[in-house]
Every structure is written in structure tokens, then in C-alpha cells.
Design a protein around this ligand. Structure first.
Ligand code: PAF
Length: 280
């Protein structure tokens, strides 16, 4: 496994793999790798084929954080991340630092302006500009044929698909289903920051959303999910929304497939989850 730190180094190392059969598949991450990420790597390996190249990028992208406390507290267990990549059969780990990714006078940003208007986009201003900008840079630096993203961040996935479509980016987007702990909590690098009481409470998010998704009236769905989450004194709702599965705009009637999505704070730790809601 090769570990490289700058875009120039990455290009040079990838030249060594250029003659091999199979595809070059990227797994963009911010590190603190858990089983969910390893599932992304497994899908990448499959998509790359026997002679293909799997690249994992680990970069805590500063321009997608709206709260500096969140950026600073983001876990960075580099040594164990590298061990996990090695064990998972990753070929190249790309570990850039902020200076090598962004010019101090950077003035170009990629903005998606419809799907990013609500949900995490509304409560985290600039977040998806930061995601789109870094993801496009990672695509260009790696020259990947395909890239794998988790379905847990369904808004991020929809925005990246839209960016790829709108800008004719020649990268196939592969979706990986959400990986959950045995009690239903979606795996996230932020889970390790929960206290034991918060960790025991957090599976309620999934439970409450799944129960509400079985109701048939938009107002009732939202009221049931809200009261279920607010029943916990530890949890504070950042947003709770029922949106169209394709446009991500809020719905008032269940006429098309929809998604019930929530972001919930446990103190400073913000967790997200969602469930699909079938039309009437
Ligand atoms: O999902 C993430 O971890 C990040 O948003 C990503 C896609 C690696 C971009 O920084």
C-alpha cells in the first residue's frame, strides 16, 4: 500500500498503476474509519476488478465545516486508519494537508443550488459548496473512473450525482447502503464522541423515524417523529423534514416517494439519519 501526501505525488504514483487492467476507484473519506467505510472500500474493490486500483482519500476538509468546534473535535486516528486501509486491501491512500489542497487565495467554488437548499444545506451554510469543491478536486487529482459514497449521507449523494450530471464529470457514482450498529444506530465517525448515556439514547432516531414513516399523513408523520425525538432530554432537533426523494424539496402530500430526514444534536455532536416513505 502506498501513502502519498500531495496531488503531484498521487499523480506520479498512479502512473505506476496506469498499465494495469481494471478501473481506478476512489473512496473519499475524512478518516476515523469504521465498518461503514470498510464497506465502501469493499464495493470499490469489487468495482475496480482484479487488476484495478482502489484509492482512499483521508482529508478532514476544512471548507465544509460551518462550526470550528466541530472541525477541531473531528477525530483523526491516523495510525489505525492506515492499518484498516492496509487490511482492507487498499492500494493507495491519499493524505493531503490543507496547504496542499487549497491555495490561500482560492477563489473558485463549486455550488449546487437546488438540492442543497434544504436539510443539512439550510442549517450548515456553505457545507455542500465545500463538499462539491473537494469532491471534484479529488476526482480530478485521482483521475478515478468511479467513486463510492455512503447512502447514509443521502443529500450529499444526491448533490454529487447532480454535480456529475450537470458538469459532465466522467466518474461513475456508486452508492453503498448505510451500515448500522446492532441497535440500529447508523455508523458515523461522530459516534465515538457520544457519552455512554447519549450513545444508549441515539438509536431512538432511527426507531422514531421508521415508526413515523408508517403513518400516511404528512402532518402526522412529522408530529410523531418530532415528539418521539423530543421525548429524550438528551436530544435536540436540528432539523426534521419530509422531502421529495428526487428534488429534496419539502412535501405537503405523499404523492411520490419521499424521505423523512433528521439531524439531531447530542450536545455538540450532530447525527443524521433518514428513512424512505412510500407514496399513498
Ligand atoms: O462524506 C464525507 O466524509 C465527506 O463529506 C467527503 C465526501 C469525504 C468530502 O469531504
Amino acid at each position: 500500500m502506498r501513502v502519498v501526501e500531495t496531488g503531484a505525488e498521487l499523480r506520479e504514483v498512479l502512473l505506476e498503476y496506469a498499465g494495469l487492467a481494471g478501473r481506478r476507484v476512489l473512496v473519499p473519506t475524512m478518516g476515523a474509519l469504521h465498518h461503514g467505510h470498510l464497506e465502501l472500500v469493499r464495493l470499490a474493490r469489487e468495482a475496480a476488478g482484479p487488476g484495478g486500483t482502489v484509492i482512499v482519500s483521508i482529508f478532514v476538509n476544512p471548507i465544509q465545516f460551518d462550526r470550528s468546534a466541530d472541525l477541531e473535535a473531528y477525530p483523526r486516528p491516523l495510525e489505525s486508519d492506515l492499518e484498516k486501509c492496509l487490511a482492507a486491501g487498499v492500494d493507495v491512500v491519499f493524505l493531503p494537508d490543507r496547504q496542499s489542497m487549497y491555495f490561500p487565495d482560492r477563489s473558485t467554488t463549486v455550488t449546487e443550488s437546488l438540492l442543497s437548499s434544504g436539510l443539512c444545506g439550510a442549517t450548515r451554510p456553505g457545507h455542500f459548496d465545500g463538499v462539491c469543491t473537494v469532491v471534484l478536486k479529488l476526482f480530478l487529482l485521482s483521475g478515478c473512473h468511479a467513486a463510492v459514497f455512503g447512502e447514509k449521507d443521502f443529500q450529499q449523494l444526491a448533490i454529487i450525482r447532480r454535480m456529475v450530471r450537470d458538469l459532465d464529470v466522467p466518474v461513475e457514482i456508486i452508492e453503498c447502503p448505510t451500515v448500522r450498529e446492532s441497535d440500529g444506530l447508523a455508523m458515523s465517525s461522530r459516534n465515538v464522541r457520544l457519552t455512554s448515556k447519549q450513545r444508549a439514547d441515539a438509536p431512538r432516531i432511527r426507531r422514531v423515524l421508521a415508526a413515523a414513516a408508517g403513518l400516511r399523513d404528512v402532518e402526522e408523520i412529522l408530529a410523531s417523529a418530532r415528539s418521539g425525538i423530543e421525548a429524550s432530554p438528551l436530544a435536540r432537533i436540528d432539523y426534521l423534514s419530509l422531502v421529495d426523494a428526487e428534488t429534496l424539496q419539502p412535501v405537503t402530500r405523499l404523492e411520490r416517494p419521499a424521505v423523512l430526514a433528521a439531524a439531531v444534536f447530542y450536545d455538540e455532536v450532530r447525527l443524521i439519519d433518514h428513512v424512505g416513505v412510500a407514496p399513498l
